[in-house]
Design a protein around this ligand. Sequence first.
Ligand code: 5GP
Length: 193
Amino acid sequence: MISQKSMAAAAMIPFSLLRNYTTTGRIAAGVRTSLGLCAHPSSINFLTPNRSPRYLCRASATHDEEAAAKAAAINADNGAPTIFDKIISKEIPSTIVYEDDKVLAFKDINPEAPVHVLVIPKFRDGLTQLGKAEQRHGEILGQLLYASRIVAEKEGILEGFRVVINNGPSACQSVYHLHLHVLGGRQMHWPPG
Ligand code: 5GP
């Protein structure tokens, strides 16, 4: 159950801060979760058992966002390229922060913080989402995390930053090519906002 205290805390967090990063089904650095407003069986979380299965993507998510996330999930594993493939191929321009032969990091087009960088594997290799990870992905997953640290240093936020992975429709994942959000440049709150 979500405690009244948690609900009250959620209600006090400004809309803009809640928009993307408030909920479970999201894996933040330190593998912590938030208020427990959103449960997803494939996410890493520490939700209390027997809690209400209210699959709210985020406390303030719009129905459009939820609907779009559900729609995106339907085609998640059909092998079709995503917008990130076009960014990797430079068909679509992006502001690249870091790049090596395995990893690309570029600024999010819709930043939720002064620093908001997406870190992605150049070769998706089945990693449409973290929930699809297999043991063989261990190396690239480590490289993505390490690249996140490089990004944080490059962006001058090494002293405080957050890494988030949205996994699946109940976390409002919208692009099915694994990506880590590196966020910082402002005070981050916990429960996340
Ligand atoms: P998700 O919601 O799947 O966790 O995150 C997808 C992210 O990709 C969103 O934060 C969104 O703003 C970002 N995004 C979507 N399309 C583009 C694009 O064309 N360029 C860039 N730079 N970011 C994008």
